[in-house]
Structures are given as structure tokens and as C-alpha cells.
Design a protein around this ligand. Structure first.
Ligand code: GRF
Length: 206
């Protein structure tokens, strides 16, 4: 039996959270799982460059290349299964996953969201919008959450959270950066290790 979990990281953009996972694997924070493949929903994602630089296999599975969302998802499933993936990490992945997908990989998909769920989450809350909403509401504390992914947007079981103070002079941009640096890049690798360790305990196939 393998003594590590095969991880697929799904990305769409810059990939700073992917970088945090790569660094965590190198430093040993993430030791129960290995990133086997990075799958991007867009050809232009800088995350792909980060993966290549670290010698990690990449794939692009994008809507444009398929007639229907169902066909695109079938291609995604095929890639995940061909690579014997045990854990899927959504790190800034901007594409919608169907209910049948999340059910198929129940408790095997985790996501990082840049707020303290249940605040500022669910449909429409992504990217800067999350931080704009937090500033608009005037919260004094925000943060990030890693959670399991189910059919409800940002609705799955919470795995880890970290709070970050909101400063008076914050703009959505400065808040976003601080939440990433102080919370997201820390808890995503820690949660990946926690979940990988649990999956390993149950056993993964060769
Ligand atoms: C992060 O803020 C993450 O919380 C959200 O999307 C952003 C991705 O950034 N889900 P990056 O591509 O990891 O730099």
C-alpha cells in the first residue's frame, strides 16, 4: 500500500495557494500527501507555470474544449481516476462542479474560501467580492476557511479556520492580501495534511 495520498490541485488563476501547498510538501508540513497533478480550468493560469517549475504534471480541462459541461466533467473525472487521485484540492478553482461530481468524491474534495464561513460565502462570493462585502458590513475580524466540498456552495463541513483582523485603512485589495498571507497560505497546507493523514489511516490502493 502507498504511504502517501495522491493529490490533484484544481486551479484557475495565479496559484499562490498552490505555491503554499508545493512549499509545504518541500518543507514537510504536508507529508501524508503528494501533489501528483495540477489541473487548470484555463490555459493562461499562472498556476500552471508554478507547477511546471516544480516538476509537477499539469493538465488543462476547460469548458471551451467541450460541447457540454457534462463532457467537460467526464474528462475531469477521467484525469482524476487515471492518476489514482485520493484527494482533490480546490485552490482558486473558478469552475462549478456538479452534484454528481461532489457526491462521487464525497469527503475527498476540499476548498479554501477567503472568509470565516458562514459569513460572506455561497453563490456570488468569490475573489475581491468577499472582502468588499466584509468591509461594507464593517466586521472587525475576517479570515479564511478550509471546508469539504458538497453540493451546497461553501456549505460542506468546516475543517479549519483562521481569523484575521480588519484594519481601519483596509481596502478590499489590502485585506485580500493579508487574509491570504496570514490565513489561506497557512491553513490550506495544514488542512491538506490533516485530511491526507485521515485518508491514509483508512488505506489507499496501490
Ligand atoms: C484565494 O483567495 C482563494 O481563497 C479563492 O481564490 C483565490 C485564489 O488565489 N478561493 P490563488 O490562485 O491561490 O493565488
Amino acid at each position: 500500500m502507498r504511504d502517501f495520498v495522491n493529490i490533484a490541485v484544481l486551479v484557475s488563476g495565479g496559484g499562490t495557494n498552490l505555491q503554499a501547498l508545493i512549499d509545504a510538501e518541500k518543507s514537510g508540513v504536508l507529508k501524508s500527501g503528494k501533489i501528483k497533478i495540477v489541473i487548470s480550468s484555463s490555459y493562461g493560469a499562472f498556476a500552471l507555470e508554478r507547477a511546471k517549475k516544480s516538476g509537477i504534471k499539469t493538465a488543462v480541462i476547460t469548458k471551451k474544449d467541450f460541447k457540454t459541461a457534462k463532457e467537460k466533467e467526464a474528462a475531469l473525472i477521467k484525469t482524476i481516476e487515471e492518476n489514482d487521485i485520493d484527494l482533490i484540492i480546490l485552490a482558486g478553482y473558478m469552475s462549478i462542479l456538479s452534484e454528481s461530481f461532489t457526491k462521487r468524491f464525497d469527503k475527498r474534495i476540499i476548498n479554501i474560501h477567503p472568509s470565516l464561513i458562514p459569513s460572506f460565502c455561497g453563490e456570488g462570493f468569490y475573489g475581491l467580492k468577499v472582502h468588499e462585502a466584509a468591509l461594507e458590513k464593517g466586521v472587525k475580524v475576517t479570515g479564511a476557511t478550509v471546508h469539504f466540498v458538497n453540493e451546497i456552495p461553501d456549505g460542506g463541513e468546516i475543517i479549519m479556520q483562521k481569523a484575521v483582523r480588519v484594519l481601519k485603512k483596509d481596502t478590499a485589495e489590502t485585506l485580500q492580501k493579508r487574509v491570504m498571507r496570514l490565513a489561506e497560505w497557512k491553513i490550506l497546507p495544514q488542512a491538506a495534511e490533516k485530511v491526507s493523514k485521515n485518508i491514509l489511516r483508512k488505506g489507499v490502493s496501490e
